[in-house]
Design a protein around this ligand. Structure first.
Ligand SMILES: [Mg+2]
Length: 413
């Protein structure tokens, strides 16, 4: 099962696309605070803070860029986040579900906005660094981009790609056991899904082969091999936005194919040893760890109390932030007598520059709308209306920064 919280079979419900932000509230009874550029902000009374007791988790696609094109508000927002020496005034981590490149490459992609270090970038696969028990094992890696570099950078010693497996397992090898590649060691074999591959049919075929043969894809399928060998998956996004008007297939779509093919063939559920990337709790825990490391490095002594997660996707960014907030607040209740290092809250801030579209027409009958829309989250995450309710909705990332500074009474020198 997954490492973290909820996994339940798919519930059919929604990704909201409502005609106006107000309509979101009408549909689901949201109590979201709506913020637009000229609205007065509701700041907490109290003295102005010059040191941060909060941190930002910024999504990248749909918040800072669309494809390779910067979103204009990102430049304005970033000017507010740094001092005259170009140093960040608050801890900032860029949390993306992208997984087909190294952190440095993603940092370089943002260099047109600001000089950021790879230590501030968190990819969907970053938490795999903590899965040391798999690092010595032979892992089949699926995705595209520099997969071996990514896997080795994360600590995996014996990664092999789908292409390598295809080359090493031509048809003859299926009957000649002596020619079975020595890198396939059965019991210690596992599968890591980094991101959407190209030529899906090849990856789907070979991953199914590996799962149904416990790592010996030349052997016949053995239905009794269940539970199958471990599968770790990064990035569950069904869709994402680039320059095209409509969202594009994400890795979540590939996973839907794999899960359904496995189930159709075996009658059983494909199980994940771990799912990472937003909205998994694991991802937010790791991002918080990076936020604290930055605060420590800058000798900011105030504890980080609140994380603000700014994103464009209800099922990913908002759901994940709210799920983590629920975890933090429950932990706080149980552990309030202990000196906990964790933040107290994680607040979700939804922007309207990406996947979330506040201008989609609302059906006249809202009950139909809820029944007819579908849950775009992953199979193993339960739909919960409370988890897709953003704490704040703003037009863009610049308004998000203004809002948070106001809420925190933050006035850096
Ligand atoms: Mg996004």
């Amino acid at each position: 099962m997954t490492d973290f919280v909820p996994y339940f079979s798919s519930l059919i419900l929604k990704q909201f696309h409502c005609s106006a932000v107000l309509s979101v509230s009408l549909l689901l009874g949201l109590t979201t605070q709506l913020i637009f550029p000229l609205s007065p902000f509701r700041g907490s009374p109290g003295p102005l803070s010059v040191l941060p007791s909060f941190g930002f988790l910024f999504d990248i696609d749909g918040v800072l860029v669309r494809g390779k094109t910067p979103i204009p508000a990102a430049r304005t927002a970033f000017r507010k986040l740094v001092n005259s020496q170009g140093q960040f005034l608050v801890p900032v981590v860029f949390v993306t579900n992208a997984g087909n490149c190294l952190r440095q490459e993603k940092a370089d992609q943002l260099s047109h906005l600001l000089g950021i270090s790879q230590d501030q970038v968190m990819m969907s696969h970053s938490p795999l660094r903590m899965f040391k028990r798999y690092h010595e094992k032979c892992v089949l890696v699926s995705g595209q981009g520099p997969l071996l570099d990514i896997a080795q950078d994360l600590g995996f010693c014996q990664p092999i790609t789908i292409d390598t497996l295809r080359e090493k397992r031509p048809l003859l090898d299926a009957v000649d056991h002596d020619r079975r590649p020595s890198i396939l060691v059965g019991v210690d074999f596992s599968v890591v899904l980094f991101g959407e591959p190209v030529r899906w049919e090849t990856s789907l075929q070979l991953i199914i082969d590996v799962l149904l043969t416990s790592g010996y894809p030349g052997n016949p399928y053995e239905q009794e091999n269940y539970p199958h060998i471990p599968v770790l998956a990064c990035n569950m996004d069904l869709m994402w936005v680039a320059e095209a008007q409509s969202p594009r297939f994400g890795h979540g779509t590939f996973m839907v194919c794999l899960e359904n093919i496995y189930k159709k063939i075996t009658g059983k559920e494909l199980k994940y040893e771990a799912l990472m990337g937003k909205p998994s709790r694991l991802t937010y825990q790791y991002a918080e760890h990076l936020i604290r490391a930055q605060a420590l490095q800058r000798s900011w002594e105030q504890p980080i109390q609140t994380l603000y997660a700014v994103g464009d996707n209800l099922m990913t960014d908002v759901y994940g932030a709210n799920l983590y907030n629920r975890y933090l607040e429950e932990s706080l209740r149980w552990e309030k007598e202990l000196a906990s290092a964790a933040a107290a809250h994680c607040r979700s801030v939804l922007v309207c520059t990406g996947v979330y579209n506040p201008h989609t027409e609302v059906p006249l009958d809202t009950r139909d709308s809820i029944a007819e829309t579908v849950f775009h989250g992953h199979r193993d995450f339960r739909f919960d209306p409370g988890l897709v309710e953003p704490d704040h909705i703003v037009p863009d990332v610049d308004a998000a920064v203004d809002l948070v500074f106001q809420l925190e009474n933050f006035a850096p020198n």
